[in-house]
Design a protein around this ligand. Sequence first.
Ligand code: SF4
Length: 342
Amino acid sequence: MSDSIVFTHPEPTPTATRVWPVFLPFAGCPYRCAFCAQDKQTGRDEAALADILRSLESDLDQALARGKGPYEIAFYGGTFTALPEPWPETFLGLAARFRERGLISRVRCSTRPDCVSSDVLDSLRGLGLDMVELGIQSFDDAALITSSRGYAGEVARCACQWVKEAGLSLGVQLLPGLPGDRPGLFAADVRTAAALRPETIRLYPCMVIKGTPLAEIWKRGGFQPWSLDHAKQELAAALPLLWERNVRVIRFGLAPENSLRENILAGPWHPALGQSVRGLALLEIVRTRLVQTGMRPVSFSVPRRYQGELFGHKGELTDDYRALGLGRSAVRYTDESDFTLA
Ligand code: SF4
């Protein structure tokens, strides 16, 4: 039996860049997807692009005058690569001007996989785009058909390749538990995504939100979202492979905007899903280490930055750690980067 077990957390190093989100709800989208409620998710209604541009420019000017930044500017909430001309160039031109002045350090956008091509990506990269997040949702043909996404899994895989071939960083967004889900589908999507080596991934378990076509399907009994417990288990199980492939998981679930909470009809809602899921994944790492070595620990030194998630949300994992011999009094938070079980 070992005297102590020392290990580091397997997740890639988080970046310190501050993101400046610019929401363009539904702008450029060919249609509204059944599950999507960008207006409620972001708390922003659809707005004229000219108004968004004007207020963005004014806000950036003010931030510059106050000596803030640098920021990564992120165009979210729509299909950036399908915005009508000349809007992609106009937004990127604005970002480029503030980049020259030191306020902006990086530019990213989100878009659909069937709205990119090598030519478009090359051109946008030339205009200063650094990263593209693709709303893949799933790589599975059957689930994509049931979800009415309008493209096949191969299109999603090709789009990921094109983003990387254009010299852009790739972000992937998946929608676990989407219409057409079946056992093992999300795990398969995670394996496909991990093999494509994106820089980041966002995992948004499918929710039923008022006013969406999915809400009508759900009311008729045609869709059953994941339970919260199932979502937590599936997401936690996905993390080891993503971390092993150096993929940063930058979002679990929709952000807890008030406008969203009051419109949720069903689905695995949790105000701090990331804390809960990351806590579960860490518990599994600890449990596996102890089982592999047969150790019965009396103390656990934990890097301080994991203090907020070790015991999960509101201490939900306290009993699990106690069962491993690690009551709260056995845990010490340190400034070290390693975990030590002794
Ligand atoms: S999921 Fe994406 S493409 Fe579909 S409506 Fe929402 S923002 Fe537009």
